[in-house]
Structures are given as structure tokens and as C-alpha cells.
Design a protein around this ligand. Structure first.
Ligand code: P6P
Length: 340
């Protein structure tokens, strides 16, 4: 069954549960049933468990840090650790996930050596965790690859270009909790209804607008940008009603929130290379690739400034890349200046 496009006479499927959507192969991959379906439902279960925890963060004395640093040097918030363990447990339960790579762990974690363990998962369990204590939106980001050999998973299995993803998506813990997922053909959003404990289809076949007068970047880094990015930064702020400038600037400081808003409204999000972060700040495997996969499936673009994110051949689990994503014409504007 090709991806469903609700016709004018067909009933919309708004309100369907995520589980039904996945079980009935409505993600556009009818051939990927059974194990793949079960794996995605395990990720959805983990999202429900993390949601419950995040919603009580202020009450359950899980705010604050553990005092340790994670694999990439970020100070670990207690909720980071809990979300990491929740995902690892959920992924290991049904023996469809051979191994997982998490922002929170230096190496991959082997989860199953069963013959049914045909998949690999990369994830950032709680993106934007520095915003937890001030109640700003945070999120979980995930990507699913196929393990294409017998025997236990290895680190090398994870060094695949993002274009080989079988599925990717994210959960945003914001004013509501939303689960956004794609298998590459269409992007669908599900909103969590705590009264029934289910994610219900709320945004079917999300398409990003071709342009929107909004940009999203940490202006506090302006002095560190390249000359080309500085020229772009001046251009978007200049007064010119004929091109709807100055653009609005929106920046949350959580990738999931800034990228989700960009997906739904359009515009451009940029975390470019700069003098402080010459490789960029965001991680390729479990931040840039999953969002690049989602944005392209929704008709958008994701680039490092010099190459398509999904074409990068990874060389390390936690490697960083510059990330510019959003509406095609907004990204083209950025590239015209950045590479001009
Ligand atoms: P800055 C959060 O810590 C994060 O990893 C991303 O979620 C976010 O886009 C970025 O860092 C924000 O970085 O330097 O603007 O605070």
C-alpha cells in the first residue's frame, strides 16, 4: 500500500492511534511488518514512559544534574539518565533491536543477539536537557537502521549514511507531547492524549512550506560566524517589505523544538560551523541525520552548508556536523551568502 493520501471522499484518519497506524503498515512500508512494527511500537512505549516522567519532573525531585558528564562532555541531567535507561529497556525487550547508540553512552550497547534482532537504533534520549530545570520544551530523537549481516552488531554497523535510515523521528515534550515519525515517504504527527494513554494522529502527511520569513539561530554566536554567515545574518534582519524582511527570529535552544517549529511553519534553522565549534555543535548520528531524514520526507532540505547531511559517511559515533535545515528557498538564501 502506497502512502495514504486522504482523498476528498475518504474519511480522514485523524484520531487513529499510533499503534494502529504502525500495525496497519500506514507508514508506507507494508513489507516491513512484524519485527519493524514491533520495534516502532517499543519506541512509542518508551516515549509514553518518558512523557510521564518529564511531566512530573518538577515534582519527582529529578531536576538537577547527576554531577557526571556524558560521552560528548555534556553535564548529565538526572532525566537524561532515566530517559536513556527507559529507551534501552524498551528497545531490548522484544529482541528486534540488536544494538543501540545513545548520546549518553560512549560505545554502542548490544541489546540482543537473537536471529530476530535485525535493527539498530540511534537516539538522543533527552535533547535540550539543559532546559529541563526551566521547563522549556525538550525532546527525544531516534533513527532506525537495518542490521545487514548475521551475528552480533558492531560499532561499524552504526557508521551508515543517514540516507540508509529505515525510519526516523522525534518526540517533543512541549505544551503537548507529540510523536513525529517517517519511514521516508511521508511525515506524520501524533499527539499524546494522557486521558487514554495513546498517541493519536493529529498531523497527517506533514509538508514544510517552500518558504517562510522566520530564521532560527543563536545570535549570541554572531561574532564567531564566518563572514558569509554574518552577511546572511545582516540580510535577514534588513528592512525590505518586498521580501518580507526583516524575518522573525525564533530560537528555543532545543533542537527538537526549533526543528519541529521549522517543519510545521517553514523557515530555516541553522547551527553552522563557527570559530568556537569548527565542526558544528550538533551530532550527526542521532541529531542531524534523523532530522534531515524527516525534513527531506516533508519536502525540506538539510545540509552542512557544503553537503547533504544524509550523504555524509560517518567516521565516529559522536561526530559533530554543522546543520542548516528547513524550507528549500530559505536554505538556498542561507547558502547563497554562506558560500558566496
Ligand atoms: P546553544 C541542546 O543542548 C543542543 O544540543 C540542541 O538541542 C540545541 O539546538 C543546541 O544544543 C543549542 O546550543 O549553543 O545555542 O545553546
Amino acid at each position: 500500500m502506497e502512502d495514504y493520501e486522504p482523498g476528498e471522499h475518504e474519511p480522514s484518519r485523524i484520531g487513529l492511534t499510533l499503534e494502529t497506524y504502525i500495525l496497519e503498515g500506514m507508514l508506507g512500508r507494508p513489507e516491513a511488518r512484524g519485527y519493524f512494527t514491533s520495534l516502532l511500537n517499543q519506541i512509542a512505549l518508551a516515549a509514553k514512559l518518558v512523557t510521564a516522567r518529564v511531566r512530573r519532573a518538577g515534582l519527582a525531585n529529578v531536576l538537577g544534574t547527576t554531577g557526571e558528564q556524558n560521552a560528548t562532555g555534556d553535564v548529565v541531567q538526572k532525566l537524561d539518565e532515566e530517559a536513556n535507561e527507559t529507551l534501552m529497556r524498551a528497545l531490548g525487550r522484544r529482541h528486534h533491536c540488536a544494538a543501540a547508540a545513545s548520546e549518553e553512552e560512549e560505545d554502542i550497547r548490544i541489546l540482543s543477539t537473537a536471529d530476530s534482532a535485525n535493527y539498530l537504533v540511534v537516539f538522543d534520549p533527552l535533547d535540550g536537557s539543559s532546559n529541563i530545570d526551566v521547563n522549556i520544551s525538550i525532546g527525544t530523537i531516534f533513527g532506525v537502521y537495518r542490521k545487514d549481516h548475521d551475528g552480533p552488531a558492531t560499532m561499524e554497523d552504526f557508521l551508515k549514511p543517514g540516507r540508509e535510515l529505515q525510519a526516523a523521528g522525534y518526540v517533543i515534550y512541549g505544551s503537548s507531547t507529540q510523536f513525529v515519525i517517517t519511514t521516508g515517504k511521508a511525515v506524520h504527527g501524533f499527539t499524546y492524549d494522557p486521558s487514554v494513554g495513546e498517541f493519536l494522529l493529529s498531523h497527517e502527511n506533514i509538508r514544510i512550506p517552500d518558504h517562510h520569513p522566520t530564521y532560527s539561530i543563536n545570535e549570541g554566536n554572531a561574532a564567531r560566524w564566518t563572514d558569509g554567515v554574518k552577511r546572511w545574518g545582516e540580510w535577514v534582519k534588513a528592512e525590505d517589505p518586498s521580501t518580507r524582511r526583516p524575518y522573525s527570529m525564533r530560537y528555543v535552544g532545543t533542537l527538537v523544538a526549533d526543528a519541529h517549529r521549522t517543519l510545521l511553519r517553514g523557515g530555516v534553522f541553522a547551527y553552522p560551523a563557527d570559530t568556537k565549534s569548527p565542526e558544528g555543535k550538533l551530532r550527526l548520528l542521532y541529531e542531524a541525520n534523523p532530522f534531515a531524514f524527516v525534513l527531506e520526507a516533508a519536502g525540506g532540505v538539510a545540509t552542512t552548508g557544503t553537503e547533504r547531511v544524509l550523504d555524509i559517511q560517518p567516521t565516529a559515533l559522536h561526530q559533530k556536523v554543522p546543520l542548516i535545515l528547513g524550507s528549500r528557498r530559505n536554505v538556498e538564501e542561507f547558502l547563497r551568502f554562506a558560500n558566496g
